[in-house]
Design a protein around this ligand. Sequence first.
Ligand code: ACO
Length: 348
Amino acid sequence: MYRSTIAGIGFYVPENVYTNSDLTRFMETSDEWIRERTGIQERRFADRYGETTTTMAIKAAEAALERAGTTAQDIDFIIFATLTPDYYFPGCGVLLQREMGMREIGALDVRNQCSGFVYALSVADQFIKTGMYKNILVVGSEKHSFAMDFATRSRNVSVIFGDGAGAAVLQPTEEPGKGILSTHLHSDGADAELLAMYYPGAHANKWLSDAKPFPEQELGGLFLTAEQLESGAALPYMDGPAVFKKAVVKFPEVIKEALAANGLSEKDIDMLIPHQANLRISQYVQKLLGLSDSQVFNNIQKYGNTTAASIPIALSEAWESGKIKSGDLICLAAFGSGFTWASALIRW
Ligand code: ACO
């Protein structure tokens, strides 16, 4: 049976840099608060009308394709992870297929937020291992800047996130010991509402105890109401402390699971690329696992949390800067809204 290998990776971040101090133009916050709690110093925001989640993904994909020595015409399948799609539907996968002039191949959109890229990688891995496809493009891309609220009421959320995209081309390999060794995926919906955007949605407030009642109306028109928009109810919600507590348990758990499944231990990891949720979470996880600074890659300081894009951006940047070499053991690990969490172990 084949293994999947990452034949090429690439990333794209927009040119516009917003430092923590820049954000004080929009809300009551400070460089000190943001750095202390999150480690973030600056983030990139897409050109407001010129760039979209899809166009950023294309730039990352072009770099990945070139490095894989392949073209858009060779791609057999697209998997696109994002929580900030260009349209509510259809997903960004078909937009990428159209804009890159690809054949009439399958395009799957993944909605697993911060775990989206690792989930997408796992799906791609299964298709490669069974011999179904030979070139799969996996992307994670986010344009948070268009959707977030930059008023003080949303500052605990909006200072964290940034825009960008990352992509990988997966191909089969028969080289012994190389490629994706395993992926592990998990979820627990018990706290689904603790990191979520409730509207637009069809839930009819079923699980939201403090939501205002919907207007009397027999049918239609309640997916997103003017009142939800005006009141700010249609903005992302995050219980930061609850996310922190769960993340620092599930990150180490899923990393250890990956290592145990392959008869490996923490000391065998050459590079851990954690989802760039928050530098404090990454540091906590590093400490719990007893990893050295050289075994963990973080770039949230420059880009903020780019959700589904954060792992492929970090992986690409680590590879570009020579921190990942052939034969290295790479561990990807993610945790996010859902809650969902996941890991992938790769022999580069
Ligand atoms: N600037 C200044 N003050 C702020 C800001 C801000 N940007 N945001 C919140 N505050 C204030 C609050 O209003 C509050 O003030 P009060 O005490 O007067 O009421 C105070 O800071 C503490 O607010 P909390 O929300 O409790 O802040 P906390 O100390 O928990 O830090 C944070 C918030 C950084 C989000 C933290 O909870 C955390 O790290 N959580 C992990 C969640 C996370 O990292 N999510 C990333 C995205 S999800 C993912 O990728 C998995």
